[in-house]
Design a protein around this ligand. Structure first.
Ligand code: SF4
Length: 439
């Protein structure tokens, strides 16, 4: 979400005549987009604000703007604590950014907020479709900083995606803190499957993803939509957070481990090729060794493709920080985190090794250290070499090497569309359907 909002801020500033520079000390304006989801992220914000203060002491004309989740209701307090910051604006409050620019004498066209994105778009785009969250999980700061759920109208989103597709975007990721509750606050109460169906019809688009789903809002209708809409990728991010029911209850997640397992069964029954990723928190207050072991058991049982693991850190203002003692030691949290990572590396290594010798379809996103990279529909990162310009192309890659984190392969059908080695015709991510050269 922060990445999507940073792109939007950059887009508006470009429309006002600013140009990006990679070095903050040569900038006239720095916009700091912040995350405070964990204490370490908040510490980084404070460190960066100190660093920018140093730059401003040499260059008093530098303007510093701060947005993101660091900016909450206490704006006056923030202004007192950080007098070197010129403007604090809440996430998504672009009107405030534009008013500030106007006050600085910058010409701001009235229509700037409705102007389409620039023509030089990337092959993939992040589209915010719902902001905020109504769930109030006990450990989470998001509802306090981002507010209640607010969905964007279907047609406004589809118009934006159509424009991006006309400019060359091939894949969109629909974003929300709680993306699968999309639409309930709109007059006609469309849901995410309605939006996916509309997006699936956009000409030129080849892939659609969405992030992040809450297990309790994952409806059968949505699962069926993913299964039936050809451009919707078979990849679902479904955070389970903990394997023990008492911890899940203290987290206020709204489901049990058994209900989560049942949901995964349903998803895998309807979408057999689905890749699942999840988020896990270790060291929640009171988490015993036995309770943590249930998290490991769930990981072993489900065998996710990707797991994002974090150690619990109390966020002031949340229910958990008021109600529970942060009583799991940092050393135990670290040890549990390492055990989850080691187990997951093993599982992901096995899952990915099954793709060795198979052919996958990759949407190319860029080049790093002489190799092109992109992702499969199931969100696997793939590297390969080619002398052609492959950016934004769908390329078929025969997988040679695998690791828990990425795949390496050779081009089967090149970016020119011409086959290069004995081509395998593929279905979704390596499901072999037949052999033979395509003309
Ligand atoms: S659903 Fe996600 S964003 Fe919402 S409160 Fe829970 S963890 Fe935070």
């Amino acid at each position: 979400m922060n990445k999507a909002e940073s792109q939007r801020v950059a887009h508006y500033l470009e429309l006002l005549g600013y140009q990006a520079t990679p070095v903050p000390w040569s900038a006239d304006l720095v916009v700091l987009n912040t995350c405070v989801v964990r204490q370490s992220a908040e510490d980084k914000v404070l460190g960066t604000l100190g660093y920018l203060k140093g730059i401003k002491s040499y260059n008093p004309d530098l303007s510093i703007l701060v947005t993101g989740c660091f900016v909450d209701l206490r704006i006056e307090e923030l202004e007192r604590c950080f007098p070197h910051v010129d403007l604090f604006f809440k996430p998504g409050a672009y009107v405030e950014l534009l008013s500030w620019a106007r006050e600085q004498g910058v010409t701001v066209p009235e229509t700037v907020l409705s102007l389409p994105p620039p023509e030089h778009v990337a092959p993939t785009a992040l589209i915010s479709i719902i902001q905020g969250c109504d769930n109030f999980c006990s450990y989470c700061i998001v509802p306090y900083r981002r507010g209640r759920e607010k969905s964007r109208p279907v047609m406004e989103i589809v118009r934006e995606i159509r424009h991006l597709a006309q400019c060359g975007t091939k894949e969109v990721t629909l974003l929300g803190q709680n993306v699968n509750s999309y639409g309930h606050d709109l007059p006609a109460q469309p849901d995410l499957s309605d939006l996916l169906a509309e997006t699936n019809d956009v000409a030129g688009l080849t892939r659609i993803r969405f992030l992040t789903s809450h297990p309790k809002d994952m409806s059968q209708r949505l699962v069926s939509a993913i299964a039936s809409l050809d451009r919707v990728c078979e990849h679902i991010s479904l955070p389970f957070q903990a394997g023990d029911n008492n911890i899940l209850k203290a987290m206020r997640r709204g489901y049990t481990a058994e209900q989560y397992l049942q949901l995964v069964d349903t998803i895998r029954h309807c979408i057999p090729e689905v890749a699942l990723s999840t988020d896990v928190i270790v060291g929640f207050p009171g988490e015993s060794e036995g309770q943590f072991a249930r998290t490991l058991t769930l990981l072993q049982e489900i065998r996710f493709d990707t797991v994002h693991v974090a150690a619990y850190s109390p966020r002031p203002g949340t229910i958990a920080s008021r109600k529970y003692q942060d009583d799991v030691s940092p050393a135990t949290k670290k040890e549990r985190l390492n055990r989850v990572e080691a187990l997951q590396a093993d599982i992901a290594g096995q899952i990915n090794s099954e793709l060795r010798g198979k052919t996958v379809e990759v949407l190319v996103e860029g080049k790093k250290r002489g190799k092109w990279y992109g992702r499969t529909r199931s969100d696997k990162l793939v590297f390969f070499k080619s002398d052609n310009d492959c950016l934004g192309q769908l390329v078929k890659i025969a997988i040679g090497k695998t690791s828990p984190w990425a795949l390496q392969g050779e081009v089967v059908a090149d970016c020119t569309g011409l086959p290069t080695i004995g081509e395998t015709s593929v279905g979704r991510d390596g499901a072999m359907l037949g052999l033979g050269l395509k003309s």
